[in-house]
Every structure is written in C-alpha cells, then in structure tokens.
Design a protein around this ligand. Structure first.
Ligand SMILES: [Zn+2]
Length: 411
C-alpha cells in the first residue's frame, strides 16, 4: 500500500499538534482523569472524529473517547478495536513540548536545542534504521510524548483514511483513546460495553514491526514493621524502633540479583519503590514482577520469611506482609484466544514484512483488557526512548503502523 503525500503530511501534522498539548498524568491525584489537561486532547480528538463524519463518537466523564466506524461489507466479520493513550509520563517535564522535524535524517548526532542534550548516533542503535527518514525530536527540555501520541495520530489518520476511501473493505472498527495509562489506571475507565470488540490492539510499543504478546504479571507487596514508641529519655528496654526493622529487611534483599538493575529478558524481580514511617510504624512498598504468574506467590512467601528474619534481633517488633493485585501477563489470555496475534502476523506477512513477537518488562492497557476478556496485544507505533528528554519518533515507522493497521482490518 502506498500512501498519498497528503496522508504522510496529515499524519505528521496531527502528531505535531497532539504532542504540543501537555497531557501529563499524575500519580498523586485521586481524580479521573488524574489531570484536567488530558481532557484538552480528549476533547480535540472527539471534535476531530465528529468532523471526519463519524456518527458514533462518545467522550466519557473520565475523558475516554470512543468511536465506531461501521462495517462496509455484507459478510459477517469480527469487530476489531484499536486503543492508544492520550496521557504522557510525568517522569520528566511533559511540556511545553517544542517538537523539531528532521527530514531525511543524515545519521549524525542530534543536538537538542541549547539544552546541552544530544541523541548520540553511536548510543542509539535504532537511529541506524532512521537514516534517510523523517524523525521528530524535542528541544531537550521535555519529553516528546511519542508514547503514545504516535499511536493516537496513527489511529486518527486511519479513521480519516477509511472515511476518505469507502471502497476499502472492512468490518466494524472501534477506536478507544484512554487516559492515565502511564500511572497504571488506563484500563480502569475503559468501558467494555462501549469498546465492544472481538479483539483489539493497543498501538503503544516502540519501533516497528513488533507485536508485544506477553507482559509481566504484577503485584505490589506492602510490608509493615510495627515498633513501640516512647520518649527516648526512658527508652531503655521499652523502645522498639520500626525503622531499624525495615532497614534490616532491605539489607536482606540480594545485591546481585532479583532486582530490575540486575535482571533482563524473562528474569523476574522484586523492587522496593517507597519507604515511609517512623519509630512506631514503617512501611515499605515493593513491586513484584514475573512473566510466570505463580512466581509472584513465591516472592510473597519469600518476603514474609525475610521480614520474620529482619525482626529477630528486635524483641517486641512485629512485621506483616500484604500483597495487592496489579495486573497479569496477557500471554496467558492471548494463548487461549490467538486470533488477535494471528491476524496481526498474517496481515504484516501480506505486506512482505515479518512480525517480531516481543515480551514487555512492564504492563500495557492490553494486560488488563486481556484479563478482562478482550484479547489485546500491543503493536509498535514508531516511538523511541520513551519517558525521556531524548525521546524521538520516526514518521516512516508511524506510516508502517498505519499500513499494518489497515491491513489488519481489510476484509
Ligand atoms: Zn505508552
């Protein structure tokens, strides 16, 4: 499939428009969406979908946008969904984003404005595939937001393409633009009776030609140490300091393994992310991650043993371990219902490209959606170096994702 110059420039224009809207989400905020600014993009998408002529467009109170493109063929075919998130990760400044377009990239190091930051060719192997292509970078002071505005822009351009080309045969297609994915709440407000499909795809992975078919399974462990507080002046024989318990506990964690800084590929880990407390009570939170779901229970038992060992030198101290469910490896659900992965791989083969099946050391909206009964693998959409000021996006890879998505829905 070759796209018109208008499709190429339209996709770029959309992407540039979307990244300049600051949509950072916020972990500390209890509201939904977590930040008002996400609604700026949700409302824009809602209006643009309406302007394209789509009748069934809905903006929920949580900021999630849904749209349905009706089937134009007579035969029964599956309803296929696409999902991308409007929010960006609050790890680095999320705005104001000042994107810079580099046409026909020449393979040199990319200096980001006068920020002092550089994307070095030698340290970014993916840049080798971008020589001669169009890439988009920042001025080095914010993230770009290609995670996931590449996906958002591709889905919007797909909608435009299908409405402009009524002869292109397809079944019913549902689009969903979610919020708060970056803070782990993406699937919380996706209503499956609105996003009603047989299977779906998130467009939220880096690079091109990749399909994420497995994610981590994830729990959070909350380990609480209970001490006894009393004025230090009369503390002898009475005071039990919970801070010393948590310190001993952390010290028992291995230094050479089972952590994100010492593992890769399919290796699981336990990762302390937060400590708070005082003499009386100290709480440490750890995230537990494994591709093999039963490993999470093994980790929880292990943490109980470590906590018991940590308090041994401190008579009177108590410790308890609670685990909180987070999400599950979508590989389990996708193996049970393989049609989504099969269809995507076959579609890419028809385009003369080979799908690379990938695993993600994290979660996606698709982890939760698959668990909720909607098989949802994750496709690459052209972003690179996410959550960083050295983030960049590849327009040619975004076009490849558009081509792939259209081939997936073609009947
Ligand atoms: Zn993302």
């Amino acid at each position: 499939m070759s796209f018109s110059v208008e499709t190429r420039s339209g996709l770029l224009e959309r992407f540039l428009q979307y990244v300049q809207i600051d949509t950072g989400s916020c972990d500390d905020s209890p509201s939904a969406p977590s930040t008002e600014r996400q609604l700026d993009l949700s409302r824009l998408l809602y209006n643009q979908l309406k302007e394209l002529g789509i009748k069934d467009v809905f903006l929920s109170e949580f900021g999630v946008v849904y749209a349905t493109i009706e089937s134009n063929v007579d035969k029964p075919c599956p309803t296929i969904g696409f999902c991308a998130h409007v929010d960006t990760a609050p790890d680095v400044p999320t705005g104001p984003v000042r994107p810079r377009v580099i046409e026909n990239y020449d393979g040199s190091d990319i200096v980001l404005g006068d920020s002092g930051k550089t994307i070095a060719f030698s340290e970014n192997s993916e840049l080798a595939h971008a020589v001669g292509k169009t890439i988009i970078v920042t001025d080095g002071t914010t993230l770009l937001g290609g995670d996931d505005k590449t996906g958002v822009a591709v889905m919007m351009e797909m909608a435009k393409f299908l409405l402009d080309n009524p002869d292109f045969p397809h079944g019913t297609i549902r689009l969903c633009f979610s919020v708060d994915e970056e803070i782990g709440r993406g699937a919380d407000h996706i209503e499956l009776d609105r996003f009603k499909c047989d299977f779906a795809y998130t467009l939220d992975s880096e690079g091109t030609n990749g399909i994420d078919v497995e994610t981590f399974s994830a729990d959070m462990a909350i380990v609480t140490f209970h001490g006894v507080n009393i004025h230090p002046s009369i503390g002898k024989g009475k005071l039990v300091n919970a801070i010393k318990g948590v310190s001993a506990f952390i010290d028992l964690l291995p230094k050479d393994g089972v952590s994100p800084e010492t593992t890769e590929n399919r290796e699981p880990f336990v990762h302390p992310v937060d400590i708070s407390g005082n003499c009386e009570k100290t709480v440490v939170r750890l995230i537990l991650r494994a591709f093999d779901t039963p490993q999470l229970a093994v980790f929880a038992d292990w943490l109980k043993e470590l906590a018991a060992k940590a308090i041994e030198p401190f008579p009177g101290m108590k410790a308890d371990v609670e685990t909180v469910f987070q999400y599950r490896n979508m590989g389990d659900g996708l193996r049970e219902r393989p049609e989504a992965v099969d269809r995507a791989c076959n579609a890419l083969a028809k385009l003369g490209r080979t799908a690379i099946r990938q695993i993600v050391r994290g979660g996606t909206d698709g982890s939760r959606l698959t668990e909720m009964g909607l098989p949802t693998p994750n496709l690459t959409a052209g972003s690179h170096n996410p959550h960083a000021v050295v983030e960049w996006a590849n327009l040619d890879e975004m076009l490849e994702t558009l081509e792939w998505s259209l081939e997936i829905v073609r009947e």
